[in-house]
Design a protein around this ligand. Structure first.
Ligand SMILES: CC(C)(COP(=O)(O)OP(=O)(O)OC[C@H]1O[C@@H](n2cnc3c(N)ncnc32)[C@H](O)[C@@H]1OP(=O)(O)O)[C@@H](O)C(=O)NCCC(=O)NCCS
Length: 177
């Protein structure tokens, strides 16, 4: 099996055997309402903007509310990474569906913090949390032609089809857990 340069097995089984350490000097925690402006800033930054669909603050706020009220049992997941000044440098939003699929809705890292393993940490954390809940797979969609299409396969995600979005075609990926 081929090991990617992230140390994960491309196309292999999910990453249960690998240790995940939080990124050095950064804090990872559940998102709060105060974090939403920082999240939207990541989404709307010049180079990131094209990768995201329409990320609504109200949807993020709903995830925060459910997660806070329902705790670990919540189907909503909004995680943020902050630096030592409290700036939001990354986020991930996902939803654990009743049919056994966890949907990864958005993941974003601030442009000046990319390629340092932060996204990898958030995805690994999601994989572990999903496995712990007994989820069967993780699904996501990402626009055709974007660089992120090279990213997900390094975690074992496989392309399972395409989806005609409102404005563009999206590739659909799944990771069996
Ligand atoms: C994709 C993304 C979440 C990865 O997080 P990250 O912390 O930068 O990535 P890691 O350090 O864990 O891994 C590095 C890999 O990320 C990918 N990557 C890095 N910057 C990226 C970018 N601007 N866009 C897409 N993928 C990127 C590359 O595959 C890179 O591997 P490489 O160095 O071999 O090229 C992050 O770069 C990002 O937010 N990109 C823009 C928004 C986006 O594409 N979101 C996903 C679709 S919703």
């Amino acid at each position: 099996m081929r090991k990617s340069k992230l140390g994960l097995i491309a196309g292999g089984p999910p990453c249960t055997a690998y240790r995940i350490d939080p990124p050095k000097g950064l804090t990872v925690r559940d998102g709060q309402l105060d974090d939403l402006t920082g999240i939207i800033r990541i989404v709307n930054s010049k180079n990131n903007r094209l990768s995201f669909g329409w990320v609504q603050k109200v949807v993020l706020a709903d995830a925060v509310k459910h997660q806070r009220e329902e705790g670990e049992k919540s189907q909503h997941r909004l995680r943020v990474v902050t630096d030592s000044t409290g700036r939001i440098v990354a986020f991930l939003r996902a939803y654990h569906r009743n049919d056994g699929t966890t949907t990864l809705h958005e993941i974003g890292v601030a442009e000046d913090m990319q390629s340092r393993g932060i996204g990898t940490y958030l995805i690994m954390e999601l994989i572990h949390a999903s496995q712990k809940r007994g989820m069967l797979k993780i699904g996501l969609k990402t626009p055709v032609g974007m660089r992120s299409n090279n990213y997900y396969p390094s975690f074992g995600f496989k392309q399972v089809g395409t989806f005609n979005g409102r404005k563009r075609v999206l590739n659909c990926y799944e990771l069996e857990l």
